[in-house]
Design a protein around this ligand. Structure first.
Ligand SMILES: Cc1cc2nc3c(=O)[nH]c(=O)nc-3n(C[C@H](O)[C@H](O)[C@H](O)COP(=O)(O)OP(=O)(O)OC[C@H]3O[C@@H](n4cnc5c(N)ncnc54)[C@H](O)[C@@H]3O)c2cc1C
Length: 398
């Protein structure tokens, strides 16, 4: 294997966004290099590892059983006082995967499709020719100052994307649009519902705080917290406090610790420039209600691959040409995700008392619709009617 000085496409980052885009480009006959700074693709994990069955089906992913820790059949959402709403329908199935295995599996798929992937390769800068991005500078397998040219660079380097920053594409990473996430993988938990994910909400947990318990077996789970970026204490402090209040963790062990930033909004109209295209967490392609980005990044890669191929075949890698990707992504996914963002904005303004009210009136099916960015008007109406009834009862005793 020889690392060449010129490729059609250099993909920076080999998470789900990078390896899927690389696969899609290689399938179009392009010469693709993927560089990832990690020593091992998929490690360290920074993820709750949840993915819905709907997404798996839509993406036609044939995930090997070795990458699946636990099949999930639905969810339980808890109000601040821990009133529960059960969400269990045929459409709410999902998986808790093993990201270490899953990311490697995705990488192997793109390698088999023809892309060259090199781990332990840190991209430190981009190369520019005029106002075009034309390659990268990297430390590849310990070799410093390697310069490699390409027609297009794909910024798939995650939430802190250096490539995007260097290329001058403005990313919306405002503190309120990026949560801090912290998570333990725990063993020997007394799980109430090993085949359901559990979601806990409320300002008691932390400002705009939520906790997830994603089972990985009957006795183990990813137990994590997301809090607003600009909070008083650390995500770890809030998570430890929450765990201490819950008996199910009394005898539990912590077998892995991870965390990271979770974009929960800031969907970008412009994710492209001359010779550059952004994908995945780098450009905030996540579901803004929970920050889930595995499926969203793979969905975007399926749009990006053919557009990159046609730009290279036509010899036009200008931002103007690549903006087709912006438009197609917004038409297919962006506008729907924008509606989901509105639902999140509505929920994050609610007090704990209002969240308690909602636990009384919300059914699982409305919660599912809300998570898809639908039914917000229905919810607001339902809540207004509920409050009006309460006032009537107080005033007239009926
Ligand atoms: C605590 C937490 C829990 C989460 N839970 C879920 C969940 O349950 N479900 C879900 O769908 N999503 C979840 N997410 C989000 C999910 O992990 C991301 O959306 C997803 O990984 C995005 O994929 P990506 O390929 O864009 O970025 P990443 O997976 O972050 O991959 C980026 C890659 O780029 C590499 N890289 C970065 N900089 C460089 C550089 N300069 N040179 C070379 N390589 C570089 C990194 O090593 C990394 O491998 C969670 C996130 C966090 C932090």
């Amino acid at each position: 294997m020889r690392i060449k000085n010129q490729y059609d496409v250099i993909v920076v980052g080999c998470g789900p966004a990078g390896s899927s885009t690389a696969k899609s480009c290689a399938e179009q006959g392009l010469d693709v290099l993927v560089l990832d700074r990690n020593l091992e693709i998929g490690t360290p994990v920074r993820c709750g590892e949840g993915i819905s069955d709907n997404s798996v089906k839509e993406l036609r992913l044939k995930i090997p059983s070795s990458c699946i820790a636990q099949k999930i059949y639905g969810a339980v959402a808890y109000s601040p006082s821990e009133k529960s709403v059960h969400i269990k329908f045929p459409g709410t199935k999902g998986y808790i995967i093993e990201r270490k295995m899953f990311d490697k599996w995705l990488a192997k798929q793109s390698s088999l499709a023809g892309a060259t992937i090199i781990a332990h390769s840190n991209v430190v800068d981009i190369i520019k020719k005029g106002d075009y991005v034309a390659g990268v500078k990297a430390e590849i397998l310990g070799e410093q100052n390697r310069e490699i040219s390409s027609s297009i660079v794909v910024a798939a380097d995650g939430v802190e994307s250096l490539v995007l920053r260097k290329s001058g594409i403005k990313s919306e990473k405002k503190p309120l649009l990026v949560d801090s996430g912290y998570q333990y993988e725990m063993e020997n938990i007394k799980l109430k519902h090993p085949s359901l994910i559990e979601l806990y909400f409320g300002n008691k947990i932390a400002k705009r705080g939520y906790v997830w318990v994603f089972p990985k077996s009957k006795t183990s789970a990813n137990v994590g917290i997301g809090i607003a970026g600009a909070s008083e204490r650390s995500a770890k402090a809030y998570l430890d406090e929450w765990i201490a209040k819950h008996e199910m963790f009394e005898n539990a062990s912590i077998i892995e610790v991870n965390g990271g930033c979770i974009p929960v909004g800031g969907l970008m109209k412009n994710m492209t420039g001359n010779g550059i295209i952004g994908i995945g967490d780098a450009v905030n392609q996540v579901n803004p209600i929970h920050g889930g980005g595995i499926a969203e990044s793979i969905k975007a890669s399926r749009i990006a691959g053919p557009i990159i191929a046609s730009a290279i075949k036509k010899g036009d890698v200008s931002g103007k040409f690549l903006a087709r990707y912006d438009r197609e992504w917004w038409d297919k996914y962006g506008n729907k995700l924008k509606n989901v963002e509105k639902v999140r904005e509505y929920f994050e303004k609610l007090t704990d008392d209002q969240l308690e009210d909602l636990a009384d009136i919300l059914s699982g099916d409305i919660l599912v619709e809300l998570s898809h960015g639908k039914s917000l008007a229905k919810l607001i109406q339902l809540y207004a009617r509920f409050k009006a009834k309460g006032i009537k009862r107080k005033l007239f005793g009926k």
